[in-house]
Design a protein. Structure first.
Length: 135
């Protein structure tokens, strides 16, 4: 059994009768809102323990966010691993050809002249998404 988040969360959804879709799909407003609320709750729990911890709580809540995010992607039929790969490809273009990184005063990495924005729409189209299409 793979231990990738996508596979683990799929196992969970299948075991508990939760939605699983294989193609990017616009779901009902009720379901979409429910998934958004679940993720917001977990993100709020991360915020609660981000500064004062303890570290095991932070690790737990971070994992909950990832788990729920993968679940939400699965409900919508999105292959999230492929989307993350595209975000990573784009992020790596922030590195200049000289290998230097431009940073803001707070440490955030800035986009250089070679930056390429992620094309998430293209990734979803490759997964079978029809923008504006109905389920
Ligand atoms: Mg939690």
């Amino acid at each position: 059994m793979s231990s990738s988040p996508a596979d683990l969360v799929r196992e969970f959804h299948l075991a508990f009768g939760l939605d699983v879709r294989g193609t990017p799909t616009e779901v009902s407003t009720t379901l979409a809102a429910h998934r958004g609320e679940l993720l917001a709750e977990e993100a709020a729990e991360v915020a609660e323990v981000s500064v004062d911890g303890p570290l095991d709580r932070l690790a737990h809540e971070l994992a909950d966010v990832v788990y729920v995010a993968y679940g939400t992607a699965l409900v919508h039929g999105i292959d999230l691993d492929a989307v993350i790969a595209e975000i990573h490809r784009s992020n790596m273009t922030k590195l200049g050809p000289d290998g230097r990184v431009a940073r803001r005063a707070d440490g955030k990495v800035l986009k250089g002249e070679h930056y390429e924005a992620p094309d998430v729409s293209a990734v979803l189209r490759r997964q079978g998404w029809t923008p504006g299409g109905s389920a």
